[in-house]
Design a protein around this ligand. Sequence first.
Ligand SMILES: [Cu+2]
Length: 450
Amino acid sequence: MNIQQNRTLTKIAALATVLSIALAGIAQAGIQGITGISPAPAFSFTAKADSITSGDGSSVYMWGYSDDGGHNNQIMQYPGPTMIVTEGDVVTIQLTNDLPDPVNNRVSMIFPGQVVSATGGSTGLMTQESDGPADIVTYTFTASHPGTYVYHSGTRPELQTEMGLLGALVVRPAVDGTTTAYGPNTGTEYENEWLYLVSQVDSYIHTLVQLGNIDQVDMAKQKPRQWFINGRSLSDDLFPDFAPWLPTQPYSALIITAPGHRVLARFVGASRDTHPPHLHGNNFTMVARDGRVLQTAPGAGGDLAISDNTMSVVSLATHDAIWQWTGKDLGWDIYGNPVPDCVDQVDNRTGVAPPDGYDDAGANAWEWCADDAKPFPVVLPELQDMMFGGFYSGSPFLGSYGSLPVGEGGLNLWNGYLYPWHSHTEFELTNDDVFPGGMFTAILIVPPAP
Ligand SMILES: [Cu+2]
């Protein structure tokens, strides 16, 4: 084990304390961002330079957007502030430019999927651009269709998106906006929601820009060295939103959910290369692509949705997926109760008969009744014959803990099931060539509230 690996493991160990605080907010966990006031949310962004930290502790010089309205203390952030609006809103964004040498480093914003009008500033190749702190450009569009979208700089975008000038736009449907991604009859109902913005940087390019040698940057030689989910790499991505020691990287990537909950994961491709997020614990169902439900016709309920365990998130594309964990067919009682106690009278999603095979409510919610009271199917080795990860609770049962040797365990305060979610391009699981790191996070299944 080298120093960087040791540092990664030390940081993972520090999680126990922090996550115990985060857990209090599980029920409300979700996408952080700025909402403005419907039906005319107005935002004010400034492009700024700052730095982020990668998972190995190194510092990367970045350009990014900050929200002048105060989100994240008006600090430049990576990714940019997530804008969350409602279908039909007329959205206005004012942009100014506080980058070094702003006359030569003009900046702008474009919004793929939206019909935008831009005023102010000066005319660039793709849209209006700002060349200084007093040069205000105003972008306006009507968020006419629900979905997950990206926004990014339209000025020299191959360089400026690499530098960090990008973010996500979420448009909630006008009807059922907090319980579905796309509205009624779209097959997109969810209980927990998460953003999964995947990206990479070539820190060598960033150093050239920082040193004023932007003329020497050759984007054809771009070679990514760091990989991020929501602007953080393992193990920073497991810490809560707005962790104070990550001031320019406010967004967490640890999903916490409970059995049976449908997790809406909004994937956003935010760098040049395609990234393949790979989910453990169950297949996902991809329900939408680039802000459009995968269905044969409106109202068809997402009949073209795709079940898979790995998806290709293409550069500047978005994918919405629903993922659900129930423990069905594991072959043992996940709650470890030897006494039969399953009550199955209704469909857990609709709340009405007929039964659906799952326990209906309470501390056993979503237990697969065919496995009720079944013992754990293998004999576990004696403790002295085992090696431990810090997240092993000492018990194979959800919500239970067992005895562990002194100094072992301690990171899994809820005795939950922890699954990795990561890029399936394995060199992306590194920080500057050192494993583990990069585009790697986890999803934590915690017991339902009794
Ligand atoms: Cu894996």
